[in-house]
Ligand binder design. Structure first.
Ligand code: TYM
Length: 347
């Protein structure tokens, strides 16, 4: 078997990323992912964004709520600046190439690789005998999402890094096993001040839609008053802000608020510190609350407006799915061919 040489240049740049429509979107999703999705779109790169409903059902979802949250996430994307004419925006279950390729990747990925996924271990906890098989196989579906488009770059928050590494391993093993240079070795794009937004109640824990405390997060659906209150009540320490970013090293709550400010204002944490060195939280928190309201409220308002017309959201997702399918279908058909499946209806 020939050793394939990976030449990423051989693959046209294409961005893919996804968000689970389980529970509303948080400030973590917005700063760690969505805001950066918009930036990538505006840089003129081909961008494919997916609401991963098939991933969402790896834990129980109420059907009516899932449908609603998928529409709400789509509205959130558009309100945040995703233009469905420029980016491809769709929900995963409408493009069957994802699950087809995922099955093939279930045969490529090794049990050992999957068993090392920290997100599975975190989510399963002590309950690993009782979680769905889908939750274990989750990262293979994620690899399929990305590679069904031969995506070269995937903007994500830090928590997804290990899954992208697995995607790279799956691509490399597939290429190697079949002696092809078919899949790119995708690069994670983890950049900016907010790659890991932490809980407002505990700066050592990730801000998450599944945290039982609503005070721990800002939701994309929160109104101005709620955003402001949550930030003013955010956990902090009694010290003023330090003179340099190094002074934040052992202050997770303070660092989190500085990072959030930086990401919202398109600044670096060092620039924020330069502006607020020595300030008390009594000064910094209201400034952050005002900034968060100024940046988030227009998105919430627009999202609410878009949600008035669900049929229009469904049309946008259908159109996106059609465009996504046009890219993914031929790629997955070629995969069937490579692995030796008879596909007479495509010949
Ligand atoms: P999900 O739905 O948990 O999160 C979506 C995106 O938001 C980022 N994110 C955060 N970033 C910074 N701080 C936080 N507190 C925070 N919380 C979430 C995540 O890193 C992610 O970028 N497995 C993925 C969904 C997925 C996917 C894909 C992503 C499925 N297929 C293919 C990329 C490519 C997930 O559960 O993300």
């Amino acid at each position: 078997m020939a050793e394939p040489v990976q030449t990423p240049q051989a693959f046209a740049p294409r961005i893919f990323s996804g968000i689970q429509p389980s529970g509303g979107l948080t400030l973590g999703n917005y700063l760690g992912a969505l805001k950066r999705f918009v930036q990538k779109q505006d840089e003129g790169i081909e961008t494919v964004y997916c609401l991963v409903d098939m991933h969402a059902i790896t834990v129980w979802q109420d059907p009516a709520r899932l449908r609603q949250q998928t529409r709400e996430a789509a509205a959130g994307f558009i309100a945040a600046g995703i233009d469905p004419a420029r980016s491809i925006l769709f929900n995963q279950s409408q493009v069957s190439a994802h699950v087809e390729l995922a099955w093939i990747f279930n045969t490529v990925a090794r049990m050992g690789w999957m068993s090392r996924m920290t997100q599975f271990k975190d989510k399963a906890g002590k309950n690993s005998e009782n979680v769905s098989l889908g939750l274990f196989a989750y990262p293979a579906l994620m690899a399929a999402d990305i590679l069904a488009y031969k995506a070269t770059h995937v903007p994500v928050g830090e928590d997804q890094k290990q899954h992208i590494e697995l995607t790279r391993d799956i691509a490399a093993k597939f290429n190697n096993d079949y002696g092809v240079n078919f899949f790119p070795i995708t690069e994670p794009v983890i950049e900016g001040a907010a790659t890991r937004v932490m809980s407002l109640r505990d700066g050592t824990k990730k801000m998450s839609k599944s945290d039982p405390s609503d005070q721990s997060r800002i939701n994309l659906t929160d109104d101005a008053d709620t955003i402001s209150k949550k930030i003013r009540k955010a956990k902090t320490d009694p010290e003023p802000l330090p003179e340099t970013v190094d002074g934040l090293a052992d202050r997770p709550d303070a660092r989190n608020l500085v990072n959030i400010y930086a990401a919202l204002a398109d600044m670096t944490p060092a620039q924020v510190i330069a502006e607020y060195a020595g300030a008390q939280f009594g000064t910094f928190k209201p400034a952050l609350a005002d900034l968060a309201v100024a940046k988030m409220s227009p998105i919430t308002t627009e999202m609410t407006r878009l949600m008035q017309d669900e049929a229009e959201i469904d049309r946008i997702l259908a159109k996106g799915a059609e465009r996504a399918d046009a890219i993914a279908r031929p790629i997955v058909d070629e995969v069937y061919d490579i692995i030796g499946m008879i596909r007479s209806r495509y010949r």
